[in-house]
Design a protein around this ligand. Sequence first.
Ligand code: EPU
Length: 356
Amino acid sequence: MLVEKNVPLQPFNTFHIVAKAQTLVRIASEADVLALLANPEYAVQPKFVLGGGSNVVLTGDVKPVVLKVEIPGRKLVGQTSRHFIVEAGAGEGWHDFVAWTLAQGYPGLENMALIPGTVGASPVQNVGAYGVELQDRFESLDAIDLQTGKLFTLNAAQCAFGYRDSVFKHGAAVPVGPHQVLGLKDRALILRVRFALPKVWKPVLGYADIEKKMVEHQCPQPSAQQLFDWVCAIRRAKLPDPAVIGNAGSFFKNPTVTAEQCADIIARDPKVVHYLLADGAIKLAAGWLIDSCGWRGKSVGQAGVYEKQALVLVNRGAGSDGNGATGGEVMTLARAIQTSVYERFGILLEPEPVVL
Ligand code: EPU
């Protein structure tokens, strides 16, 4: 367990916002967590678990003890008649892990290529892209309860996955079917995640951007590697690379509305981008709502709305000189966007990142 004081967090958050952790502890193993919890100085202090920092907005120095998860490892741990079971340490980078599974001959994660962040953060958000969500490939995870020091394992049902949602984002009990599952926000540190990757693999197609690639390459049956390459190309064309322009991916969730609400919005603007969900509800493209309110390319201080995708807020400064956007500027811009979308469409957009 390595404890550091007054640690600059700019390299550890993909927005590249300047802030410090008063105390940062590097967690490279389960033993490091247990050592931390056994230490009377740190055991009782509030803690914040940091993965790849791709889903946080820092609005000042961080007072809770920052646990920077760096647990390595990736291996095949078992198989069933239908699946390879592959495990990765929580500190592994998500994209590298996806590339590794393909190289090993375990396809299934390719639609989620290039999502920033770590393997350990992926179940928290239930990350997803191009028709595949983490929950579609999830087997189980091991975590430690930061209050009791107990190790526990959760299956998919116990994680209570939803759209960009899980038990790890809730402090209160979460309903799962007829049961309640205790919320694990700020309480669990994820150590390892296992994925069930199909032995009989079929490409997940159907997204407009992917269908365009199929036509362009005249390839109706892409391999997993082709899909991986296409998803990388699609993302690089419309999403900013956090290594170059600080950002936290989509800043808002795509809102879900009833058919009546959608009809009301279509009456205001017939071009609204919307998708029918299996349960009859309708999902609206938040990027389109923000774009149609005129926000694309606008800024507040050094915080801006990305020119090619209005759902992504970016740090226009982000140099190591400290002249980048502050978390306050990002949140002022986010609130202004929320207000204008609410005034025009009656919809309150919900931010995706954790605001600290
Ligand atoms: N659109 C606009 N203007 C914009 C942005 C989008 O009109 O400025 C329209 C697009 O033309 C398209 C629609 O909105 O018709 C949806 O846009 P896109 O296909 O880019 O997807 P999205 O709904 O904005 C979601 C995820 C992304 C994921 C993509 C692909 C959320 C919040 N975002 O974006 O996830 O990569 O679908 O599956 O669900 C992330 O969560 O960080 C993320 C990048």
